[in-house]
Design a protein around this ligand. Structure first.
Ligand SMILES: Nc1nc2c([nH]c(=O)n2[C@@H]2O[C@H](COP(=O)(O)OP(=O)(O)OP(=O)(O)O)[C@@H](O)[C@H]2O)c(=O)[nH]1
Length: 267
């Protein structure tokens, strides 16, 4: 497939309800992949900002008004019909209003993260749906692992590789283990802990990445990476005082969530 084609800029919104459920809609008849499930959105028009495009598309498709949307993941995908640069935004329940209407003859439904009842999904969206099942706050340590929970979901646990047993689904590797260790089985979701941009570029096939922040220089370096757009869930990992100082900026720039380090007291 020709990967040199120019990409079409697309915005898609993960619209949340206060229960933690999010909206999927089916692609209307007449479009490529008609009947497949997707997040509401569409192509950005010339001269239009991403937020304006999202506001326009969600109003045209669903009749709702978006006040704010937070950048999240960016993916490039090559379809037969086009190469798309998909920019996914999360829209909190408090950041939209209006009564949902299927204005383009599509179906829509609310889904719980990690528990989908509709199919098929657009091919580019598999990793996006998997990422939605990751809580936006976890805590723990590199030695014992991390725990978190989404509303109405079972506990989500990430276990360090040295403690992992066959029953554990989410296993945490250090960047060094990723470089030197033998490859792992395909039945686990691989989390990696990094602390610098050079490591980040080497772990782009992970399910999620923890970025350890020990001081203010690290915090700024991470912010710069987030501002370029990230294609997989990136979670800053730091002591409580650093999270308090930088957490909002990281989340606004596209961090998936925050991870509190319960073992390291910051300087
Ligand atoms: N809206 C949306 N598009 C997605 C998602 N995932 C994904 O791969 N895409 C791709 O992004 C492109 C969006 O184009 P579109 O046809 O929906 O855009 P549009 O509403 O502006 O269509 P139009 O050209 O008929 O006006 C399609 O190639 C679609 O396959 C998703 O979750 N939502």
């Amino acid at each position: 497939m020709n990967t040199q084609r120019p990409s079409v800029h697309v915005v898609a919104g993960v619209l949340y309800q206060s229960t933690g459920a999010f909206l999927l809609s089916s692609r209307p008849a007449g479009k490529p992949y008609a009947g497949y499930w997707e997040f509401a959105g569409g192509k950005v028009e010339a001269g239009e900002s991403a937020l304006a495009a999202l506001q326009r598309e969600l109003h045209e498709e669903l009749g709702i008004h978006i006040e704010h949307a937070t950048p999240w993941l960016t993916k490039i995908h090559d379809y037969e019909h086009a190469r798309v640069r998909l920019c996914f935004y999360r829209i909190a329940a408090s950041d939209w209003h209006g009564n949902l209407q299927a204005r383009e003859g599509q179906s829509w439904c609310w889904q719980q993260p990690g528990d989908f009842s509709v199919a098929p999904m657009l091919p580019a969206n598999g990793p996006i749906l998997a990422a939605l099942a990751i809580p936006d706050f976890l805590s723990g340590s590199l030695q014992t692992g991390f725990r978190g929970r989404l509303p109405n979901q079972a506990e989500y646990r990430v276990v360090p590789r040295d403690l992992a047993e066959p029953s554990h689904t989410h296993v945490l590797f250090t960047a060094d283990q990723m470089t030197h260790a033998p490859r792992f089985g395909s039945n686990i979701s691989v989390w990696v802990c990094v602390n610098q941009p050079q490591q980040w570029v080497q772990v782009q096939d992970a399910a999620a990445v923890l970025w350890q922040v020990l001081g203010h220089a690290d915090a700024q370096a991470l912010l710069a990476v987030l501002q370029q757009g990230v294609s997989l869930p990136l979670l800053p990992f730091a002591a409580a005082d650093i999270l308090a100082a930088y957490g909002k900026q990281w989340l606004a720039a596209g961090a998936h969530g925050l991870v509190e380090d319960l073992a390291t007291a910051s300087a």
